[in-house]
Design a protein around this ligand. Sequence first.
Ligand code: PMP
Length: 550
Amino acid sequence: MTALAQRLARPEILALEPYQTAYDENDRDQAIKLDANENPYAPLLSDSLAATANRYPEPQPARLLARLAALYQVGPETIFVGRGADEAIELLVRAFCTPGQDAVLTCPPTFSYYETVAQIQGARCLKVPLQDDFNINKDEIVRVGSADENLKIVFLCSPMNPTGNSIARQDILDICTALPETLIVVDEAYIEFSTHPSVATELAGLENLVVLRTLSKAYGLAGARCGVALADPEIISVLRRIMPPYPLSTLTEQAVLQALAPFRMPLIKKRVDEILQQRDRLMEQLPLAKQILDVYPSDANAIFVKVADADSFQKIMDQAAIKVRRRENVFQGGFRITVGTPAENTTLLAALGLDQGVQSGRSAERIRETKETRISCRIDLDKTGVTDINTGVGFFDHMLEQIARHGGFSLSLICEGDLEIDAHHTLEDCMLTFGECLKAALGDKRGIGRFGFLLPMDETEAQISVDLGGRPYSVFKGAFSASHIGDYPTEMTAHLFRSLADSLGAAIHVSVNGENDHHKTEACFKALGRALRMAIRKEGDDIPSTKGVL
Ligand code: PMP
């Protein structure tokens, strides 16, 4: 154990014989498990949930650690994974603070759980308040810290909760250097929403730095309860000595591994981007509300405001059935407002009598996961120019890009398919998912053009007509002489247009003539994009059918 972990940890924790789970004593692979008093029958839940729930989980699941290590760009031995960052905070205080003797330091107003845990542990809580501009008082933290030889932990929250601002990286590093005998715990619960990069890149050079990350915020897994402490392996091993026997449920492990599968990551990034755009929208509008005196810059997924009259502001929120967090410990009239979906934010702005702007928000996401392919797709019909496509079949990526570019919408489509067999499943499932996603993004189809046409291109002539009326039908007239273009089999083109017609609920008629197969195929996809561009465009507010529904 390194000198620092030795010096800082409570002596009784270092002397402790850690609890040994059945897992620690017996490798479980391929064994008849009669060692943990488990029930041999899987629970009566749906298959995917039931598969592992009758068995105790690995205390620190290796697969999960490996995925988190890749996500956070650190080694698995530098991670403690538990029930949220909350549990990491709890274990840090329990491992390092001797009751009645040691202290933690916080910078209020901040996340109040640091102090709560210190109180539970019987540790003192020193406080160095934020300055009026919400920045930390670095010199005072160092002064107070240096004067107390029993200060074990400084909690710095960046971006901060509730104020939303970040701490300058250099200030964090300076505090780590100035207080080498104290753990400097940087809580980065909201870092994914910040312009500041994580300080986790400094871990290798700073033995006393601990970084907290969570899957509750940017990854939307607050209900699964999963968060980590990243630190020197010796500090992590101290935490593992005192963790409960099985900190994480197998269900959480499964949910997190599923959520963090690489093919899903572009969608997570798109959601974070959307939250940031919505934060900009609220930052622009909220200062115009007559009830609001100040709106503070935010690096997190929440905005801190000061209102003129807290009771009447609360009443307005109650009447609109919007829950916000009253934070008058910061100052009178302090409220923290989390950024919601575009529609939720529209309701908030409307409640405050503000301009809600045009937020048509025609978008959808689809995940399709089978043994053959794993696909994530997101379409934003009213955004242009952003495409993020990777199916593993280069020519097909190029074709999907043509659809989005010429269709005038943004498309993210990632597929991990069984290309070791051939491209068939990948191409077909991608097109099905694309069609389903496009259909969902169109919603009730109110106001759309519904029909789309396109006529000749170059030496090749591709004609496509589309009707998004809801009834699938596919006609494809055209033939190709080559069997493949790159890894892309030309026989799939007609099949893909049929898949799309089926999943989108569209009539799609294609006719293509020409000499060069690459040109002919590309012309089909480009023409599809152009036809869709006309058909999806909003032209009014009516349902484009005499039936009144589509
Ligand atoms: N740190 C901060 C600053 C928080 O705001 C929160 C939760 N609101 C947490 C940690 C706890 O995160 P988790 O859900 O991972 O326990």
